[in-house]
Unconditional design. Structure first.
Length: 401
């Protein structure tokens, strides 16, 4: 424990109420508010603050979940084995066991999205499941699975359909239904910029990229950050010309990823309370600390916030600044520790949402290239052309946020 923390603990002990069960608190990885931060800065700053809070003694600091890329790779390996087992069961005339394995494999591929470098596996798994459902008399379920495969295929061949002539007429009907689905758009940003991005297995270029004319329904997004870290998310394209915005970044998953994507755009919207509440539930915590880091001329600055699960409110904690190597960060974190303890007893003014994370920073209006699924595009054209059977990239520079 640092001398400052010891002194703070001594002072707080004189004001503290009688001993009771420690309050559980989660410290989430801090989001990057700018892309020029040192690698791992958000994780390191969160660890330093969690350590200072844990050293006081009347807080039970929950372990911070980390992104483990090996987990996605393990999920992918298991999904591939399960798909092989489904095919073996089908060949062995065990349709019930095959269907169970196909469904498990499809769920596994979705969990392994960050590491899913061959989207054809998911397409074939979904189509083969649909064909099996038809064979078992589950026509509605089979039709839904085949239509989903055709929606995501974007013109790529699907072996299960190509090898079944009996599906020819049904395939054309389902393909027309998939092509007639409403279209939407997603913009994928990344911190730092330049992540390689795939949507439904299609290489759409580097972030920031605006992807238009996506058929409505779950879209499978995957990115490889410049550091080599993997990211994945399932999202539904927003209707019309206003795109859904997502951000590929390292250091967060689950509710923390949703919250950090918002913080990275220098804003806290009312829906941030839902993400903070989910993070509190995931960590079985009464309090959640989250925030964002950005670079300053002298080093780094941290804008942090405290979510109270019982009151369902967010309050702003004091900004702290430290050098880029974080050599003096531990001492600065004590300012946040003091405020958290003070607000446990006296409370603090809730933040009125929506709010900016750092009021002195101007949002970056980075231009995005454009990838259009089907049809021909022109610069500045926000209309939705008729869908076609194959994706076409139309790179349009000059699209802002």
């Amino acid at each position: 424990m640092t001398k400052s923390a010891l002194a703070l603990a001594s002072a707080l002990s004189l004001l503290a109420p009688p001993a009771s069960a420690a309050t559980r608190l989660s410290v989430l990885t801090f989001a990057p508010l700018s892309g020029d931060l040192p690698n791992g800065a958000g994780d390191k700053a969160a660890d330093l603050l969690a350590g200072e809070l844990a050293s006081i003694g009347d807080l039970d600091v929950a372990p911070r979940p980390r992104r483990i890329e090996g987990l996605a790779r393990d999920e992918l390996a298991t999904a591939k084995k399960t798909l092989a087992a489904a095919r073996a069961a089908l060949a062995g005339h065990q349709p019930a066991e095959a269907q169970r394995d196909y469904e498990a494999a499809r769920a596994g591929f979705t969990k392994a999205l960050a590491a899913l470098d061959d989207f054809q596996d998911l397409l074939d798994c979904t189509a083969e499941l649909g064909a099996l459902q038809y064979r078992r008399g589950e026509d509605d379920a089979g039709r839904a699975s085949l239509r989903e495969a055709l929606r995501l295929a974007a013109g790529r061949p699907i072996q299960a359909i190509a090898q079944a002539p009996s599906f020819s007429a049904e395939e054309k009907k389902l393909a027309r239904e998939a092509a007639a689905l409403p279209r939407g758009a997603i913009r994928i940003d990344s911190t730092p910029e330049g992540a390689e991005v795939w949507v439904d297995g299609e290489d759409v270029g580097k972030a920031p990229v605006l992807v238009r004319d996506l058929p409505r329904g779950p879209q499978y997004l995957r990115a490889v950050l410049p550091s080599g870290e993997l990211w994945g998310q399932v999202a539904d394209a927003a209707p019309g010309s206003t795109p859904l915005r997502v951000r590929a970044q390292s250091g967060a998953e689950g509710p923390a990823a949703e919250l950090n994507a918002e913080l990275a755009e220098n804003r806290i919207e009312p829906q941030a309370l839902d993400a903070a509440a989910a993070a509190a539930k995931a960590g079985a915590a009464a309090l959640v600390v989250f925030g964002a880091l950005h670079r300053t001329p002298d080093g780094l600055a941290l804008d942090a916030f405290l979510y109270d699960a019982a009151k369902k409110t967010v309050s702003r904690l004091p900004r702290v600044s430290f050098d880029t190597e974080m050599l003096d960060a531990r001492l600065q974190m004590d300012k946040i520790v003091t405020q958290i303890h003070a607000r446990q007893t006296a409370g603090g003014p809730p933040l009125v949402l929506p709010a900016r994370v750092a009021a002195d920073r101007i949002a970056e209006g980075t231009l995005a290239s454009e990838f259009r699924f089907g049809g021909a595009g022109t610069e500045g054209d926000a209309s939705t052309p008729p869908p076609s059977s194959a994706p076409r990239r139309v790179v349009v520079h000059g699209h802002g946020p």
